[in-house]
Design a binder for this molecule. Sequence first.
Ligand SMILES: [Zn+2]
Length: 396
Amino acid sequence: MNFEFATAARIRFGPGVVREVPELARRLGRRVFLVTGRSTGRALPVAQALETAGLPSVTFPIPGEPTTEDVLLGVRTAKQENAEVVISCGGGSAIDAGKAIAALLTNPGDLLDYLEIVGRARPLAQPSAPFIAIPTTAGTGTEVTRNAVLASPAHRVKVSLRSPLLLPRLAVVDPELTYDLPPAVTASTGLDALTQLIEAFVSCRANPMTDALCREGIRRVARSLRTAYRLASAANAASPARSEELKTARADLALASLFSGLALANAGLGAVHGFAAPIGGMFAAPHGAICAALLPHVMRANVHALRQRAPESDALSRHKEVARLLTAEEHATAGDGIVWVRELVRELQVPPLSRQGIAEAHVDELVDRAIQASSMKGNPIVLTAEELAEVLRSAL
Ligand SMILES: [Zn+2]
């Protein structure tokens, strides 16, 4: 056994902890650069708290999934404003953009110097500017990971900026910020967290620390994602429900998302995320919806390939354990787990990939690109191009 576990320097979790942000930020600097999603509304509690505390801040919204241009503009603006602390408050896009902006505020040269695949992939040399990540969705776990995913429109591809120096100084995970998420976002982000937990758990790089996080996270998604989705739909139809049931479900999902980030940053992922990278670069579909559409098919392909080519592999018993955690049935088989996931994806109305514009004509190119993706290295068994094509076709 030999592993490393790296994460954000500090994590604050709990309903209402977002109100501590001004005090925590003040220790890191005075002028705040606040990166948000497209609608700045979700970051309003943070912006107001900073204002009340007398900390000057400039708000910088990211219109969609972050591009290399967004980051360059962010760095220029933050420098003009003499920003000392970068705070991201939003979904995965805002947090990834903030990570990259904080890194380029202190590292000299061009963004391309540091990007993998489309750039020179040089390592960052200087610690990032102080960076605080505050997720407003419960899905990506990017508040505790060491990479930022950026779209390079010129190359039609998503690439990562990767470095331990990207780990946020502080992650503030407040379930209250997710109480109002609409049903579709609840579904896609929650299923992304579940995918990340399952992939990290069966990953060939899993270790006992990530295992513990995955077990706990999978259990919480299994018991709370349906509830959160149902209550989100109900809240939209009537007045917003603030029941204890909603609070418990949202806290479960926020924690599961955090755990998924801790796990994936240290154990890697698998074929679902191997596909999600190139698909995300070529199609404008929500990351979580792509992952959810693929998850049951990748699980089936992995179990099938493991039984055929590596029947002694520990990954087979891990798939069985996933099934037990999901179904809460002591005697569940790997197949029961796959059925459970397929049912959940259907109930949460995740569209098949064909509805995102993906067709048979894209299969070969996507398989070629997925094989090269870094996430593919964590998959518990090497899937052949034929097997990967079969997975993709089943998810269309
Ligand atoms: Zn993901």
